[in-house]
Design a binder for this molecule. Structure first.
Ligand code: DX5
Ligand code: ZN
Length: 219
């Protein structure tokens, strides 16, 4: 507690007013800008690519937490480093040579994240956890904002926390999908360090106040 980070997901922003929404995050209690890149292959939806990430990076004053929902992420690691990403998260399910991908991300100076789909077991990270800066537990199936939270996530957070402790790793636990003020406290109590929230923030009447509310729940 005390160190919990709120990361609003710009996937739910108004793309016609992207600069305004990035600046809203700058001025808010949020810790990071969460940036969802989807390719229409790894997930059944296309979000946005490099030109939009560049605009976000130009206006953002907080760290960019980039979540790649794409196949063959290795191909673009340097591009995201050049754009100024702080964290680069790849999907476990998209990486045949995950260890190599993690080393390649870290070689650029970025923090290396691994996202797990709801069906992917925590124990698959047993041999890499010490090389991972952040694990993003997907609490919905990736591809779309506004979906309902999957309750099995709580057990996954606890299993991941136990693995991190067992290995003496220094890995942050991020939760992505269906996060609201209703489940935020329980997620933090289970061991979450970072809460991503898209619709709950941007579809609210006052996104700045909603971020503040999540931050206050986080303590
Ligand atoms: C889903 C994305 C999420 C999404 C979360 O594939 O990775 O970051 O923006 O949106 P909400 O908070 O609306 O579930
Ligand atoms: Zn995401």
């Amino acid at each position: 507690m005390g160190n919990i980070k709120i990361a609003p997901s710009l996937l739910a922003a108004d793309f016609g007013n992207l600069q305004r929404d990035v600046e809203m995050i700058n001025q808010s209690d949020a810790a990071w800008h969460h940036v969802d890149v989807m390719d229409g292959v790894f997930v059944p939806n296309i979000s946005f690519g490099m030109p939009i990430v560049k605009v976000i990076a130009e206006h953002a004053t907080k760290p960019l937490d980039v979540h790649l929902m794409i196949v063959n992420p290795d191909q673009y690691i340097q591009n995201f480093a050049d754009l100024g990403a702080t964290n680069l998260t790849v999907h476990y399910e998209a990486c045949t040579h995950l260890h190599r991908t993690l080393q390649a991300i870290k070689a650029t100076g970025m923090k290396a994240g691994v996202a797990l789909n709801p069906h992917t077991n925590i124990n698959l990270l047993e041999d890499t956890i010490s090389d991972i800066d952040l694990v993003c537990i997907m609490s919905v199936n990736p591809g779309f904002g506004g979906q309902s939270f999957i309750p099995n996530t709580y057990d996954k957070i606890k299993a991941l926390k136990a693995l991190i402790t067992k290995k003496g790793a220094n890995t942050l636990i991020e939760i992505d999908g269906g996060v609201t003020s209703k489940n935020a406290k329980a997620l933090i109590d289970a061991g979450a360090d970072v809460l991503v929230a898209g619709s709950f923030v941007f579809k609210s009447d006052n996104p700045t106040a909603t971020i503040k509310e999540l931050n206050e729940i986080a303590g």
